[in-house]
Ligand binder design. Structure first.
Ligand SMILES: *[C@@H]1O[C@H](CO)[C@@H](O)[C@H](O)[C@H]1NC(C)=O
Ligand SMILES: *[C@@H]1O[C@H](CO)[C@@H](O)[C@H](O)[C@H]1NC(C)=O
Ligand SMILES: *[C@@H]1O[C@H](CO)[C@@H](O)[C@H](O)[C@H]1NC(C)=O
Ligand SMILES: *[C@@H]1O[C@H](CO)[C@@H](O)[C@H](O)[C@H]1NC(C)=O
Ligand SMILES: *[C@@H]1O[C@H](CO)[C@@H](O)[C@H](O)[C@H]1NC(C)=O
Ligand SMILES: *[C@@H]1O[C@H](CO)[C@@H](O)[C@H](O)[C@H]1NC(C)=O
Ligand SMILES: *[C@@H]1O[C@H](CO)[C@@H](O)[C@H](O)[C@H]1NC(C)=O
Ligand SMILES: *[C@@H]1O[C@H](CO)[C@@H](O)[C@H](O)[C@H]1NC(C)=O
Ligand SMILES: *[C@@H]1O[C@H](CO)[C@@H](O)[C@H](O)[C@H]1NC(C)=O
Ligand SMILES: *[C@@H]1O[C@H](CO)[C@@H](O)[C@H](O)[C@H]1NC(C)=O
Ligand SMILES: *[C@@H]1O[C@H](CO)[C@@H](O)[C@H](O)[C@H]1NC(C)=O
Ligand SMILES: *[C@@H]1O[C@H](CO)[C@@H](O)[C@H](O)[C@H]1NC(C)=O
Length: 408
């Protein structure tokens, strides 16, 4: 078989007539000749890097354009493009499958064309402030393990929204991103969505087919749609989101479950939830007045920690809370009667705190501090109940917040 070796200054790889190319080192593209040499390979066994100092011709505006448009359909290793600060247009016309695809620090990149691309193991797009859309063709990427998209100008994730399955999915700090809608059915390890579209109204998210996940964290979203979610094994957390309601009609079990600082939230509804295998925290959701969306919740294996501004909490099916139980609210007509009973009946087994009419309702481990005069409503129920031997030394909320994190 004829073997050709390309030995341009930065590039060294072997190639057969069948277009099978390989290198043990990373092939580096710094000029057009190298790009065309690589474009003539069908499969490239190894990694390719395009780096700072790319010496392809620049246009009048100083911008560069690079096309690797020949036969190249598959790269087994990574394609890495970092800090090519004048690169405005990049295309891989035939590329279908890559190992890692890392684009980072490409300050003027505005056009990325990979019309055949459907499979990437790791997609890592970081600091691409001019990139507003992905041109990944009709189906786009359908299979990926890890997706990280941070600090881009993307207005949508069109191009990866047909993804069926993903292991880690982390999309944060994309100021123009207003909508994420994915067709995934499972999240193998983690999903993190945070700080996108901060200047506007927050990112809308929708996962209509998602059934199982390990960890999921949603921050700063305007809506979160998880209609098919059944089971989260480690942690499901919602922090600082702007949605007014949250519903997970099919969720039966979760690991730690957390709702913190969702300041517009008035209703949480998880009607099939039977167990929280971890801690359950609802804190600082100021408009959440009635917590009655867990009619079947039976077991919480960690702490149950609700604090805020609610006047009513109903947990009618509770049969076991293994960790601490902390319920503190500013509402003066809150009644602890039902939980006092649960405590007496050993349904609540850990440290027990329940009190309304508090100036500063706080988290598990804190000692409720009443707001001077008139804060305690009359009647024993509103005054609440605490375990008498509660260790005062644990009053520091930050220490306990830290401890709680371990439990969560
Ligand atoms: C591709 O990149 C990933 C993540 O940066 C790295 O772990 C892996 O070793 C790289 N693969 C090759 C073939 O260089
Ligand atoms: C993604 O790329 C950034 C920037 O190059 C790097 O710091 C980070 O480690 C990469 N992450 C992964 C998961 O490869
Ligand atoms: C969100 O994006 C998906 C595709 O990415 C699109 O189908 C859907 O209409 C968008 N939703 C909104 C509210 O813009
Ligand atoms: C899930 O999240 C928890 C808490 O943030 C973390 O300790 C754990 O390692 C995560 N699990 C996975 C599989 O990422
Ligand atoms: C919720 O679960 C029911 C019963 O398993 C199922 O019929 C329904 O399709 C699920 N809803 C969604 C949106 O997947
Ligand atoms: C939840 O998912 C895990 C992992 O897929 C599985 O082991 C467990 O049985 C599921 N639990 C329920 C109640 O479906
Ligand atoms: C995003 O959420 C975090 C809480 O997780 C909050 O501290 C931050 O202020 C939020 N940002 C915006 C812009 O709402
Ligand atoms: C919360 O939403 C559920 C489902 O939409 C509804 O049945 C319930 O009445 C609502 N609860 C409150 C307190 O608004
Ligand atoms: C509950 O969580 C523990 C520790 O994370 C894990 O070992 C156990 O399998 C989980 N149980 C269920 C039913 O998911
Ligand atoms: C709730 O808000 C109070 C007051 O701003 C703060 O001290 C506390 O840490 C917050 N709790 C959580 C769980 O974020
Ligand atoms: C409780 O809610 C009332 C009315 O919605 C509001 O005026 C008050 O500031 C809230 N208190 C706290 C501690 O969030
Ligand atoms: C408690 O007071 C609030 C107003 O402060 C009221 O909306 C609510 O109905 C009262 N709840 C009960 C159980 O009395």
């Amino acid at each position: 078989m004829a073997i050709k070796a390309f030995l341009l200054p930065a590039l060294a790889f072997a190639s057969t007539v069948l277009g099978q190319c390989s290198t043990d080192a990373t092939a580096t593209i710094s000029a057009s000749g190298e790009a065309s040499a690589i474009a003539s390979c069908t499969t490239f066994d190894g990694s390719i890097a395009i780096e700072t100092g790319l010496s392809v011709p620049t246009g009048g505006d100083g911008h560069q354009s690079l096309a690797i448009d020949g036969e190249l359909t598959r790269v087994t290793g990574n394609i890495t493009v970092t800090n090519a600060v004048n690169l405005a247009t990049l295309s891989f016309a035939s590329l279908k499958r890559i190992g890692g695809f890392e684009l980072s620090g490409l300050t003027v990149l505005s056009s990325l064309n990979c019309p055949q691309l459907s499979q990437v193991d790791q997609l890592n797009f970081t600091a691409l402030p001019a990139l507003s859309q992905l041109s990944f063709g009709n189906t786009g990427i359908q299979t990926a393990q890890d997706i990280l998209i941070t600090n881009t100008n993307l207005g949508s994730l069109e191009g990866i929204d047909q993804l069926q399955k993903v292991t880690t999915f982390n999309v944060n700090n994309n100021q123009q991103l207003t909508n994420i809608s994915l067709q995934v059915t499972s999240i193998g390890v983690s999903l993190d969505i945070e700080a996108n579209d901060e200047s506007v109204s927050g990112l809308a998210t929708s996962f209509p087919l998602l059934e199982t996940a390990t960890n999921m964290t949603f921050r700063n979203c305007s809506s979160i749609n998880l209609p098919a979610l059944k089971n989260v094994t480690q942690k499901l957390g919602f922090y600082g989101n702007a949605m007014t309601g949250f519903a997970a009609p099919n969720l039966t079990t979760s690991g730690g479950l957390i709702f913190v600082d969702n300041t517009d939230l008035t209703n949480i509804s998880i009607p099939q939830l039977t167990s929280v295998n971890g801690s359950y925290q609802i804190a600082n959701n100021t408009l959440l007045k009635v917590i009655d969306g867990f009619p079947k919740l039976s077991v919480v294996t960690g702490a149950l920690d609700f604090n805020g501004n609610f006047s009513e909490v109903n947990l009618p099916d509770l049969s076991r809370v293994a960790g601490a139980f902390n319920m503190q609210t500013s509402s003066s007509n809150f009644t602890c009667d039902a939980f006092d009973k649960d405590h007496d009946n050993k349904i609540i087994r850990g440290k027990y705190t329940c009190q309304g009419g508090l100036a500063k309702p706080s988290g598990a481990g804190s000692t409720p501090t009443s707001s001077g005069s008139g804060s305690k409503a009359s009647g024993t129920s509103a005054a609440g109940h605490m375990d008498v031997n509660y260790p005062a030394v644990l009053g520091g909320t930050s220490v306990l917040a830290g401890l709680l994190q371990f439990i969560l």
